[in-house]
Write a protein that binds this ligand. Structure first.
Ligand code: G3H
Length: 553
């Protein structure tokens, strides 16, 4: 595949023209991507029943505008329940009842049967793929290619989780004998998990905690993110039908209203949250017995790239473009600051700016589109502030129309030269602003990483083995993934995904997630003759689901 960085540069007026025409008239929305009409969602799932909400609703508008003459019109997508603390407590109570202190049907169900429930849900989910993908486009502005990828990757993740659990179960289906003590060691559930994903991956990053939590025998309350809520509606009936009553429950509405009471009750055993460290701290502190709370958190990041003088510049520009601008930079793993050696900085910036100028902009369904409107209504104004601040302190916007705002659309801005003291040096922009910092000594970006409050990933671009190795060794103790001549990313999902400092707590990967949502538990007996007979009888007569040498094929 040809890197976007190799495409021909567009003229500044052509870029400005594309930006001005970014929003289509209603007639130009292809039929297959139109929504049938506003989705007025009143249903929420508690205790195996889809209840109809009669209270206030929260309006949902798309970040995509439609042109009508010379004005741009907001598109109303529908509404969803603004539940109160009362319904939120009812959701938690239903999950606690279904768990029943570990005695419920779900936590005691044999692993093979829990897998069958998840498989049934996966099949039902796949049948709603088209609707979910369409809502992903309209609710968060994700391109058709990325929205489809998010859905398919999620299904792959679920299937991978099932396989990983079968492996884990097979490995635990045996007795171990140590110092004359017999034991069977398995992983058991923890209780009720509260799962909350982020708006940039509302489906995928909710399911990457929801599914492992469920399959390990926990019961779940989940709250969709602030954006990307309606896309859950096509899945609600399947969640109700494929799992026993109370195993999956939903809460909708304002986080402070519906999540605060859950945490304050002490009834949440596992907090799975992807969002900001500020909110994570608030939630954790709300729990009355924090030592009882297990947390798995994906938080803030400002992943840097370091481009050394001997880097393959074509590759470095292409990967930095992908890293900084995939889904408009709205990824926790995005490259958010680029350190480029002075010897190649001018050349790098000029090639990067040309590559940005060549990017197709438009609506999520436009073929080959890269840059789409921002998911958050207030984001373009914030990004503009970052650009203005950097420019007022000596940086320049190096690409055509960089930083242009048109309602929810923000055109990417390559800022150069960026230096400490500018807001974009410290702040996580979570959007298409690309700060480029020239450096003379490699100690400069290394100091940046050491002093940063974040510690997720880094990308290194270079070709000299000795030079690269000198950077790898100190950096692996600062961040959790060092990418060589490649952008930062979470995948493949079999790899561990985590971070240091303010970037994460706990590790997620297909297999790690199974561990996060469970605890090692064992049945042990001193190896007396009487105990051996007892163990044999329980095993041979298949008296226990836990103490069992059966395994899943
Ligand atoms: O927003 C953060 C996501 O975990 C990033 O995942 O690197 O696959 O886009 P990704």
């Amino acid at each position: 595949m040809r890197h976007m960085a190799d495409r021909r540069r567009s003229s500044p007026s052509a870029v400005a023209g594309r930006v001005a025409a970014v929003f289509p008239t209603p007639g130009r929305v292809p039929g297959e991507h139109r929504l049938p009409g506003p989705l007025e969602q009143r249903a929420y799932l508690i205790g195996g029943r889809l209840r109809a909400w009669e209270g206030p609703l929260r309006e949902v508008h798309s970040p995509l505008r439609l042109r009508s003459g010379s004005s741009l019109r907001r598109v109303r997508l529908g509404a969803y329940p603004a539940l109160s603390a009362k319904e939120s407590r009812a959701a938690l109570a239903a999950a606690r009842r279904a768990y029943d202190d570990g005695r419920g049907a779900w936590p005691t169900l044999p692993v093979g049967e829990r897998i069958r429930h998840v498989e049934a849900f996966t099949a039902a989910m796949v049948a709603r793929r088209g609707e979910v993908v369409r809502l992903l486009m309209w609710e968060v502005g994700k391109s058709l290619a990325d929205a489809t990828k998010e859905f398919d990757r999620t299904v792959e993740y679920i299937r991978g989780t099932i396989d990983a659990l079968k492996d884990l179960d097979r490995a635990s289906s045996r007795l171990v004998i140590e110092q004359g003590v017999f034991a069977q060691i398995r992983r058991a559930p923890l209780g009720v998990a509260l799962c909350m994903g982020p708006f940039n991956y509302p489906l995928n990053e909710t399911f990457t905690t929801l599914i492992p939590a469920l399959i390990m025998g926990n019961t779940v309350v989940f709250k969709p993110p602030k954006l990307g809520v309606l896309l859950w509606q096509p899945l609600l009936e399947s969640l109700r039908d494929c799992f026993p009553r109370g195993v999956v429950n939903t809460v909708y509405g304002d986080g402070a209203t519906v999540v605060g009471p859950l945490m304050e009750s002490g009834g949440v055993d596992v907090l799975a949250f992807i969002g900001t460290s500020r909110v994570a701290d608030v939630l954790k502190h709300q729990h009355p017995r924090p030592h009882r709370l297990r947390s798995v958190l994906g938080l803030d990041a400002k992943n840097p790239a370091i481009v050394l003088p001997d880097a393959d510049l074509g590759n470095a520009v292409g990967e930095c473009l992908l890293g900084a601008l995939s889904f408009n930079g709205q990824r926790c793993t995005a490259l958010k600051i680029l350190f480029v050696h002075r010897a190649v900085a001018d050349e790098f910036v000029s090639r990067l700016a040309a590559a940005v100028d060549a990017l197709p902009v438009g609506m999520p369904w436009d073929p080959g589109v890269w840059i789409t409107p921002m998911a958050e209504e207030a984001k373009p104004a914030y990004l503009r502030e970052l650009v203005d601040d950097a420019v007022s302190r000596g940086a320049a916007v190096r690409n055509a129309a960089g930083g242009t705002v048109l309602e929810t659309y923000f055109h990417p801005a390559v800022l150069y030269p960026v230096a400490g003291g500018m807001r974009v040096w410290d702040e996580e922009q979570f959007g298409p602003v690309i700060p480029v910092v020239p450096f003379a000594e490699v100690s400069e970006p290394l100091d940046y990483v050491r002093n940063s409050p974040f510690g997720q990933q880094i990308s290194l671009f270079g070709s000299d083995p000795a030079g690269m190795a000198r950077l790898i060794d100190p950096l692996v103790n600062q961040v959790c993934r060092v990418n060589l001549n490649s952008q930062c990313q979470r995948g493949p999902d079999a790899f561990p995904f985590t971070g240091r400092k303010d970037s994460a707590e706990g590790t997620l990967s297909i297999s790690d997630a199974l561990r996060v949502f469970s605890i090692r538990t064992l049945v042990a007996a001193k190896g007396s003759e009487a105990n051996k007979e007892l163990l044999s009888a329980i095993l041979q007569e298949r008296r226990s689901a836990f103490l069992s040498t059966d395994f899943i094929l």
